[in-house]
Design a protein around this ligand. Structure first.
Ligand code: COA
Length: 474
């Protein structure tokens, strides 16, 4: 401990501190001028100097979808992701919705590419020995177990932090602290609790969940951002922290515009909702808006040529104010450009149903792709309804690596969604997902540095293998 200084010495020390502070200031600004203390720019060509997260090691204790989406993204950015799975069973999705017998399902393979797999029974003392070694060597622990499961394993934040103060512990849970914090949660529970379901669907119908996995994959994305931010902060502070993403919060974040509308309701009807133009009064909460646009520009889904037999022959049509004249010309209603009943957005509001019916008369004479070409040529924003078949076959998505073909040792080639985030100096290549426990030996030896005798001891203990089935009675 520093000793108390006499008065004179104190004053001297103060002056010296001021002087050195000035020095520090000078140094700091000099550093800034030289690139803020960052290393010299790499001379290697773009895409050939490692990846964004090269050198980051992740202890991936995730399963099902929300956590695995997060760690898959980190792996695409170059992190070494070591997925810990229960011996003999693995991530439950390996066997869910199987299309090829005895091969890992698409559910698993599409969420776990570029990772390594090690099997560890976390409830076995030798298993905990391996886990603790992993905690000491990894930068981030990511988990999405049910609330309390990690603590029950013995990996409390205090324990992890003691073993490795730099460790970032990142979790997905269904709910944040509060009345539901102990609940187990899946995708649609989060969609319902996060405000998505009550605001999706048609006014006359029940709440609806969406096919986009905004509760699982959406929360995984949020968590990944929390992790890279925590890694960045750790560069300055030297210490890890907890990162928590509740699925309810993640969904609500994506439904932000609906909370906006909830508050607008106090000041009058939501004029851009078609319910307004239909004269249907609003209730106390944001209603389901069907296919209305959330952005304040009247829009609707319209039939295109072939709609009678093709369930996806539709186009989303936005009647953006600046292109109203172009819309009138296209659909053969040039007088609507100057007609006081149609010329301003306000005048059009009570007539939207009639307007969209007229536009649909026109779109039904064209395919959705023809409408797309014609409208985009005059800056009218429209969106063709693309089926998953069309997306899977779309050459431009293959070219950008958004849809990729991946190889797998037991199931063969399959399609997956590649990294949707494109970076010019950190280029993602999607590799296959690991077989259960494929990298157990490699991780024990090369990552954790266990000696052959130690590996044998751990393996013989049964901590890394499935419990033997009870022998049948003779
Ligand atoms: N070795 C030994 N035990 C292991 C293990 C391993 N390698 N990996 C997991 N386990 C154990 C856990 O310790 C837990 O045991 P415990 O309950 O006795 O403490 C048990 O397996 C089950 O884990 P749990 O997370 O409860 O799985 P579940 O199948 O019952 O629940 C969810 C699944 C997804 C509902 C739940 O994990 C959850 O709510 N997660 C948070 C929210 C979330 O991410 N949901 C979206 C999933 S896409």
């Amino acid at each position: 401990m520093a000793q108390k200084k006499p008065k004179q010495a104190k004053a001297k020390a103060k002056a010296a501190t001021k002087k050195s502070a000035r020095k520090v200031m000078k140094l700091k600004s000099a550093k800034k001028a030289n690139g803020n203390g960052l290393p010299k720019a790499s001379a290697k060509p773009y895409g050939q100097d490692g990846k964004a997260l090269t050198g980051v090691r992740i202890l991936d204790f995730t399963h099902v979808q929300s956590g695995p989406t997060c760690t898959q993204l980190l792996a695409w950015f170059g992190a070494d992701v070591i997925k810990v799975e229960r011996p003999g069973v693995g991530d439950i999705t390996r066997g869910q919705l199987r299309d090829v017998p005895n091969a890992d399902s698409l559910y698993f393979t599409m969420l776990n590419s570029n990772k390594r797999s090690i099997t560890i029974d976390s409830k076995h003392p030798q298993g905990m020995r391996v886990l603790e070694a992993l905690v000491k060597t990894c930068d981030v622990l990511v988990e999405n177990f049910a609330p309390g499961a990690l603590d029950r394993m013995g990996l409390t934040w205090e324990r992890v932090h003691k073993l490795n103060p730099r460790m970032i512990v990142a979790s997905v849970k269904g709910f944040g602290p509060g009345p539901y914090e102990d609940c187990k949660v899946y995708e649609n529970v989060a969609q319902c609790a996060g405000g998505a379901a009550s605001t999706t669907g048609f006014r006359e119908g029940p709440p609806l969940v969406t096919g986009a996995q905004i509760g699982d994959s959406g929360t995984g994305l949020h968590l990944a951002l929390g992790i890279v931010s925590a890694l960045y902060q750790r560069n300055r502070t030297g210490r890890g922290q907890k990162v928590l993403c509740a699925m309810q919060d993640g969904v609500l974040n994506l439904c932000r515009v609906k909370l906006r509308d909830q508050q607008r309701l106090a000041h009058g009807p939501l004029t851009e909702y078609s319910q307004y133009s239909e004269g249907v009064p609003f209730g106390k909460a944001v209603p389901r808006a069907g296919n209305d646009s959330g952005g304040g520009q009247p829009a609707w889904l319209l039939k295109c040529k072939g709609w009678e037999s093709d369930p996806d022959a539709y186009i989303y049509f936005i009647t953006q104010a600046p292109v109203w004249g172009a819309i009138c010309d296209l659909i053969g209603e040039p007088t609507w450009k100057t007609d006081p009943d149609y010329t301003t957005p306000k005048a059009r509001l009570p007539r939207l149903k009639k307007i969209f019916a007229r536009i649909e008369d026109w779109t039904m004479t064209k395919t959705k792709f023809e409408v797309m070409d014609i409208c985009n040529a005059v800056d009218i924003p429209v969106g063709p309804i693309l089926s998953m078949k069309e997306i899977a076959e779309e050459p431009s998505l293959r070219k950008t690596g958004t849809v990729v073909e991946v190889d797998h040792p037991t199931r063969g080639k399959y399609l997956s969604v590649g990294n949707p985030i494109k970076m010019s100096d950190s280029i993602s290549e999607v590799k296959g997902s690991p077989l259960l426990g494929e990298h157990t030996d490699e991780v024990l030896k090369d990552v954790l540095g266990f000696k052959a005798s130690e590996i044998a001891e751990i393996k013989n203990s049964g901590a890394l293998s499935a419990p033997k089935k009870e022998e049948k009675a003779a």
